[in-house]
Design a protein around this ligand. Structure first.
Ligand SMILES: N[C@@H](CCC[C@H](N)C(=O)O)C(=O)O
Length: 310
C-alpha cells in the first residue's frame, strides 16, 4: 500500500512506476543471482539452471536447497545447462561443444540419466534459442541422446538400448515383489504386480538387494491395464516417490512386454503425473511425452550464497 493509502490523494500507478526504479541494497534478497527456469515432464519437476560459461558452482547443498519445496523453489531434480567441455565427468563419447544435461537428484546426488529431464532440457534449449526445433542431440552422463521436439509440445527421446541385467526382488512392509533389473544408463527394478497400485506405501524406500544394486536403484511398480496400457508408480533413487520417471517408464515397458511374452513393442504408460508412450525395438528405446516450461526468474544472490553454507 502506498504511503497515505489508496484513494488518499496518491496515484497507485505512479507508485508502482516508482517501485520499478527502486535501488536495491547489496544485501537485499531481491538482488539478482543466477537465472533459473522451472519446468516439468508429466509432473516430474526440475529447476533448470542455464550455465553457458560453466561458471556455476553447483554443490550438493545448493541442489538440496533449490529442490526444497518449502524453503527453495521445489523440484525433484536440477538440470544444469552447460557445455560438455565444462563438465569434468562427461563421458568421452560426448563432444565438448555439445549442450550437456548435468542432472542432479533432489538429495544432491548425481545421476546418469533422466528421461523426463531430457525432454524438459530439450524444450529449454529450443525456447532459449540454443537449438533449433526438430531433431538434435544433447549430452548426458549416459552418453549422447537424440531428441525430436514436436509442434504440440511433446518431445521424443532416443533413450538407447534398455538392457536387461537379470532378476531381483524388492520388499516394502510385509510384501516382496519380483522384478526385472533394467539399465537405462541409470538402474531400475521394474516389478509387475496385480496389487492395486494406489494401496502401495512408497513413503519410504523399498528394500532392495544392495549386492545387485551397489549404487542404489529406482523401483517401478507396474500394473497391466489393457493390451496397450500399463499403470506405474515409482520410488526414485535420490528423490523418493515422484509423479513420473521417464527412464522408469521405459523399464516398466520392458517388464510389461516380457510379461506378455514379447521383447519388443509399444506401451502407453500412465503415471500419476500424466501419460507417456514408450517403444522398445531390438536396437533402442524411444520415450515420447510432454515437456512444459512454467516460469523464469532469478535466484536471490544472497540466497544462492547462503545455500552453499556461505
Ligand atoms: N526422473 C528421472 C530419473 C532421475 C534419476 C533417478 N532418480 C536416478 O537416481 O537414477 C527420469 O525421468 O528418468
Amino acid at each position: 500500500m502506498p504511503p497515505g493509502g489508496i484513494g488518499q490523494g496518491r496515484c497507485v500507478r505512479c507508485w508502482a512506476r516508482r517501485l520499478s526504479i527502486v535501488q536495491l541494497d547489496a544485501g537485499s534478497p531481491l538482488v539478482q543471482g543466477p537465472e533459473f527456469v522451472k519446468g516439468h515432464g508429466t509432473e516430474n519437476d526440475f529447476v533448470v539452471l542455464p550455465d553457458p560459461r560453466g561458471e556455476l558452482k553447483l554443490t550438493e547443498a545448493r541442489v538440496r536447497a533449490l529442490c526444497d519445496r518449502r524453503q527453495g523453489l521445489g523440484a525433484d531434480g536440477v538440470l544444469r545447462v552447460v557445455r560438455a567441455g565444462d563438465v569434468s565427468d562427461a563421458p568421452a563419447t560426448v563432444s565438448e561443444d555439445i549442450w550437456f544435461m548435468d542432472y542432479r537428484n533432489a538429495d544432491g546426488s548425481v545421476a546418469e540419466m533422466c528421461g523426463n529431464g531430457v525432454r524438459v532440457f530439450a524444450r529449454y534449449l529450443v525456447e532459449a534459442g540454443l537449438a533449433r526445433s526438430g531433431e538434435f542431440s544433447l549430452g548426458t552422463r549416459a552418453g549422447v541422446r537424440t531428441v525430436i521436439t514436436h509442434a504440440d509440445g511433446r518431445v521424443s527421446v532416443d533413450m538407447g538400448p534398455a538392457s536387461v541385467l537379470g532378476e531381483s526382488t524388492v520388499s516394502a512392509g510385509e510384501h516382496t515383489w519380483d522384478g526385472i533389473a533394467v539399465d537405462l544408463g541409470n538402474p531400475h527394478l521394474a516389478c509387475v504386480t496385480t496389487a492395486e497400485l494406489g494401496t502401495l506405501d512408497l513413503s519410504t524406500a523399498p528394500l532392495y538387494d544392495t549386492g545387485f544394486f551397489p549404487n542404489g536403484v529406482n523401483v517401478e511398480f507396474v500394473q497391466r491395464k489393457s493390451a496397450e496400457r500399463v499403470r506405474m508408480r515409482v520410488h526414485e533413487r535420490g528423490v523418493g516417490e515422484t509423479r513420473s520417471c521417464g527412464t522408469g517408464t521405459v523399464a516398466a515397458t520392458v517388464a510389461a512386454l516380457r510379461e506378455d511374452g514379447d521383447d519388443t513393442g509399444r506401451r502407453i504408460v500412465e503415471i500419476p503425473g500424466g501419460t507417456v508412450e514408450v517403444e522398445i525395438t531390438e536396437a533402442t528405446s524411444t520415450l515420447t511425452g510432454p515437456a512444459e516450461l512454467v516460469a523464469r526468474g532469478w535466484l536471490g544472490a544472497e540466497w544462492w550464497q547462503h545455500a552453499d553454507g556461505g
